[in-house]
Design a protein around this ligand. Structure first.
Ligand SMILES: NC(=O)c1ccc[n+]([C@@H]2O[C@H](COP(=O)([O-])OP(=O)(O)OC[C@H]3O[C@@H](n4cnc5c(N)ncnc54)[C@H](OP(=O)(O)O)[C@@H]3O)[C@@H](O)[C@H]2O)c1
Length: 380
């Protein structure tokens, strides 16, 4: 085997720390790096970690630069483990390859090649050309999962899309008579907020915005400032100035996704109110916005991972168009009876559409069952 158990352990450690600022580093990927000083047999020393780093907020610093700066003075002859190929181009920061070479690192172990054509393979070549030994592919599968958002945006021009839906035991997703139907307990809500914190963006439909007046933030101890950017699909761009999302628009960027027919005067008024606008085509007959174009435009902003918390109509259309990459269903253990909006069994729903999802696991999350589906490999 090309990688020994130490390589695998250090890379797993790098993968673990890579997610430290997940949700805050876009458009960059969340990278982790560990610098290890090898054992010196004469001094009977064991190899030791001399530096760790992860991509910081807004992509600064890069993981390698953070780890090398922590390892200052102990980098010559050391091994650097990194979850993505080091960059070799000038962006917001100078190239990591130059820093690695300058610091005298002798061996670089990389989990996966960067899918970005500006880097892909070129970072490795530059290191090798400068006498650094490079090994690629250590824990590659895990790294591909960890970088799924960045890979999706770079290779498909759209973010990795997850759906989250809460359903009652008898498959209702909302009430038709009362106000908002509370399906999940506070503990499960906290679990969901930790999930939200991993995403760069959160998107809802206008129906949910109007009926629920959500805040769409992360309300969880220790996760202040982890609220993702917020997106609302709203053809006409109407937004109540008393709504929670309008009032929270200075905390995190708020985007309204509107139809092309909204007037310039209206758009200017929204922009003056610190609301960002994305305009997309809408279906003339149904008046619905193009979900595909929405995703491309959200990808253009640099969002790598998007969590959609759809109401019934948005959920059905997303499934019909086979859009999500994975789906989190939180199923409570209580029935609500026969009033409300009912959703079919998911397998039936998938069978009625183009969607091709595979049940990945079911697990208990406090008083709920979490059912997790993944898009089958090979499906777009
Ligand atoms: N159980 C859960 O997990 C959960 C999660 C969220 C919401 N809900 C519940 O769901 C209910 C709202 O559901 P809903 O069906 O009325 O609203 P929704 O699915 O949240 O939003 C649908 C609206 O989004 C806009 N939209 C624009 N383009 C679209 C497209 N291509 N496909 C779908 N929608 C598009 C349309 O409004 P415009 O015409 O204004 O553009 C449309 O009416 C609420 O009662 C809420 O409590 C439940």
């Amino acid at each position: 085997m090309r990688f020994n158990s130490y390589d695998i352990s250090y890379m797993r450690f790098a993968l673990q720390i890579s997610s430290k600022e997940q949700g805050q580093v876009w458009p960059n990927p969340s990278v982790g790096c560990v610098v290890v000083s090898p054992k010196d047999k004469n001094l009977k020393q064991l190899d030791i970690i001399v530096g760790t780093g992860y991509t910081g907020k807004n992509g600064i610093p890069h993981a390698e630069v953070a780890a090398l700066s922590e390892a200052k003075g102990k980098t010559v002859g050391s091994i650097l483990y990194v979850t993505l190929e080091p960059c070799c181009h000038f962006g917001k920061t100078s190239p990591c390859t130059k820093e690695i070479i300058k610091n005298g690192i002798s061996r670089v172990v990389i989990a996966m090649i960067d899918p970005n054509p500006l880097v892909s393979g070129k970072g490795i070549k530059e290191l090798e050309d400068n006498g650094v030994e490079v090994l690629v592919g250590c824990c590659e599968k895990e790294a591909i999962i960890q970088n799924s958002g960045f890979i999706s945006r770079i290779t498909k021009n759209r973010p990795f899309v997850s759906l989250k839906l809460a359903v009652t035991k008898d498959n209702f997703i909302c009430s038709s008579v009362k106000g908002r139907l509370k399906i999940t307990s506070q503990k499960v809500d906290e679990y969901i907020h930790a999930l939200r914190a991993k995403y760069d963006g959160l998107l809802i439909g206008n129906g949910t915005f109007m009926k629920d007046n959500p805040k769409l933030n992360v309300r969880l101890q220790g996760y202040d400032n982890h609220t993702p950017c917020k997106f609302i699909l709203s053809s006409t761009g109407e937004i109540d100035s008393g709504s929670n999302l309008f009032m929270g628009r200075f905390d995190r960027p708020l985007y309204l996704i509107i139809g092309n027919e909204v007037t310039e005067a209206k758009i200017n008024q929204l922009k003056e109110n610190n609301i960002n606008i994305i305009q997309v085509e809408s279906d003339q007959q149904k008046g619905l916005l193009s979900l595909e174009e929405t995703l491309y435009k959200i990808g253009d902003i640099g969002i790598n991972k998007l969590l959609i918390e759809p109401g019934i109509n948005l959920f059905k259309n997303l499934i019909k168009e086979n859009i999500p990459d994975d789906i989190y269903i939180f199923k409570s253990k209580t029935n609500i009876g026969n009033e409300g909006i009912f959703i079919k069994e998911f397998e039936d729903l998938f069978a009625d559409s183009n969607a091709n999802f595979k049940l990945s696991y079911k697990r208990e999350v406090f008083d709920c069952e979490l059912i997790y589906y993944k898009k089958r490999v090979g499906d777009n």
